[in-house]
Design a protein around this ligand. Structure first.
Ligand SMILES: Nc1ncnc2c1ncn2[C@@H]1O[C@H](COP(=O)(O)OP(=O)(O)OP(=O)(O)O)[C@@H](O)[C@H]1O
Ligand SMILES: [Mg+2]
Length: 238
């Protein structure tokens, strides 16, 4: 791991009275890719939203580039170089694919060397013939790829990517894995990925964290993961 970019120390997260995350501590290095895996309801999305300050009430410390983020807004976190590609995508339906990408780039704030639209489309070829189509006229899968492309287009230093493979055809999942790692390497983006698809998580990430009922129950590389075969049965089998 390079120097530490994101560091979570003892994160607790709440929706109202519901206490969802319990003492989550982890780190993501510069340019590193980490996968968070776990069953439905384990707390993966809550964790990504907590990092972004986009929903749950959070206690504990989140440091980015060594600085404690405290209560700074999701918007300010975006300006510092984090992007969340959320579970629900939030594609704008009445503007085109190209406009969705440009709008996101506009919101990224100044001072980044943003990729040109062409370059983004080249990284995600599925979008090639769709650039002038309204977002609302894409299939669910195409919207998902657009959401990922839009995240990359803002050239964050850290992308928080929430279950990008959900509902995608297997052949698309395969190409998406390659596209994500190529784009992250090319643009120097670190990745914190929430995923239930273990194949995709393994393709994309070098480190894996299992969460169960809002707690970390395993953290390590894939060799360590494979050495504890019972983990899958215990925490990941449905
Ligand atoms: N807005 C909310 N208000 C109250 N409880 C919530 C809210 N969002 C999620 N929860 C609860 O928090 C827990 C963790 O949910 P979360 O969405 O983080 O799980 P997940 O691991 O992302 O699951 P999935 O794989 O289904 O997306 C669940 O018990 C869920 O019911
Ligand atoms: Mg989720």
């Amino acid at each position: 791991m390079g120097s530490i970019m994101l560091e979570l120390n003892g994160i607790e997260a709440f929706y109202g009275q519901a206490h969802i995350l319990h003492g989550i501590s982890l780190a993501v290095g510069e340019g590193e890719r980490v996968a968070i895996v776990g069953r439905n309801g384990a707390g993966k999305s809550t964790l990504l939203k907590s990092v972004m300050n986009a929903g749950p009430k959070v206690r504990g410390e989140i440091r980015f580039d060594g600085m404690s983020l405290g209560t700074i807004s999701a918007c300010d976190r975006t300006r510092r170089g984090m992007t969340l590609v959320p579970e629900d995508r939030r594609i704008f339906t009445h503007i085109t694919v190209a406009e969705n990408i440009r709008l996101a780039q506009h919101g990224a704030g100044p001072g980044r060397d943003l990729p040109a639209l062409d370059e983004v489309i080249r990284a995600f070829p599925i979008l090639k013939d769709l650039t002038q189509r309204p977002g609302g006229q894409l299939s669910g899968g195409q919207q998902q790829i657009l959401a990922v492309a839009r995240g990359i287009a803002t050239r964050p230093r850290l992308m928080l990517l929430d279950e990008p493979t959900e509902g995608l055809a297997p052949v698309i999942v395969e190409s998406l894995a390659q596209e994500v790692i190529t784009a992250c390497d090319r643009f120097g983006i670190a990745l914190l990925l929430a995923e239930q698809n273990l194949w995709f998580a393994r393709q994309c990430a070098t480190q894996v964290v299992i969460i169960d009922s809002g707690q970390i129950v395993f953290s390590g590389d894939w060799a360590a993961f494979d050495a504890s075969a019972e983990l899958v049965e215990r925490y990941l089998a449905v």
